[in-house]
Design a protein around this ligand. Structure first.
Ligand SMILES: [Fe+2]
Length: 300
């Protein structure tokens, strides 16, 4: 007969889960149970607090739609996404550019357009150019590399927010030639507040956090035989550059737009950033995030 207390129930739970076939799933589930139980014991969790936690997670689930992923947002503001990214970078076979968050606004299916295209449908502020080279770890240019970029408008909103997901804007995909060079025109995105009208925003407000992300351009860079790079370029003069609510900024990803005689589009201020890809390791994805529309389909 079982006669369990708050300590021995942990071992018994792990024992009952021991039949899990997949060893990695077993490792993760065992550790999750041990840490979850230890957390409850550490804070001496009360029944009222437990139900409040259940209510919160339920509200997070209800806030998810095909255009909004509140769970990814929760992971982001709790720093979990940044931890997973950092662990992923450490597993690389060789050093590549640093990764950053994919975030909840990534979309699949953005068509390849000619190099140099303006990714904003109707730019109303100063245009800038973003350019650089995509290389391997040894600096050799990568031909046929794909770079997908997405960003907010000068008003700080993604197309998913401004257009309700009906059409795409402020996104582009480009394929490099033999020189590995990429470039596109855009406008400087505005830093933005994470969505504050849901349970995650409510939590962030209770914590007296500003909820802001500094101005950035997301980049997904890939080439055959190389590790997909999920990262973002951050504008260094943004007031929130040192206090990103989702912990995505790294020093090596900070850029600025300035006059640059080497720019492929003369007359526009330019951001220059070279991406370095590490060789691929089999069967791993570096995407801490997903296209929210695809996630909902997968869950159905
Ligand atoms: Fe973003």
């Amino acid at each position: 007969m079982q006669d369990l207390d708050e300590f021995t129930v942990t071992d018994e739970t792990v024992r009952q889960m021991a039949g899990t076939d997949n060893p990695r799933l077993k490792e993760i589930a065992d550790a999750a149970v041990r840490h979850l139980h230890a957390f409850a014991r550490e804070v001496n969790l009360t029944p009222a607090e437990w139900i409040q936690g259940i209510r919160f997670m339920t509200a997070v689930g209800h806030a998810c739609t095909p255009l909004r992923q509140e769970f990814i947002l929760l992971s982001d503001v709790l720093g979990l996404s940044a931890v997973v990214n950092a662990l992923h970078d450490k597993k690389a076979k060789e050093l590549g550019s640093q990764s950053s968050l994919l975030g909840p606004f990534f979309r699949e299916g953005v068509e390849v357009t000619p190099m140099g295209t303006q990714i904003v449908e109707k730019p109303t502020v100063e245009e800038i150019v973003v350019y650089g080279k995509i290389t391997g770890n040894d600096g050799s240019p990568l031909a046929n590399a794909l770079i997908q970029v997405w960003q907010t408008s000068e008003r700080g909103l993604y197309d998913l927010q401004e257009r309700n997901g009906e059409s795409m804007d402020m996104r582009g995909t480009f394929r490099t030639g033999p020189d590995g060079i990429y470039y596109f025109r855009t406008v400087r995105p505005l830093g933005y507040s994470i969505p504050m009208d849901g349970p995650v925003g409510e939590m962030v407000m209770q914590q007296k956090r500003h909820g802001m992300r500094p101005s950035h351009i997301h980049c997904l860079v890939g080439a055959e035989g190389y590790r997909e790079l999920v990262t973002a370029l951050y504008f260094g003069d943004d007031p929130f550059i040192d206090s990103d609510t989702v912990f995505g900024v790294s020093q090596s990803l900070v850029v600025d737009a300035h006059e640059d005689p080497a720019s492929p589009v003369p007359g526009l201020r330019a951001v220059h950033y070279d991406f370095r890809l590490a060789k691929a390791t089999l069967g791993e994805s570096g995407r801490v995030g997903a296209d929210p529309t695809k996630l909902m389909k997968a869950a159905e």
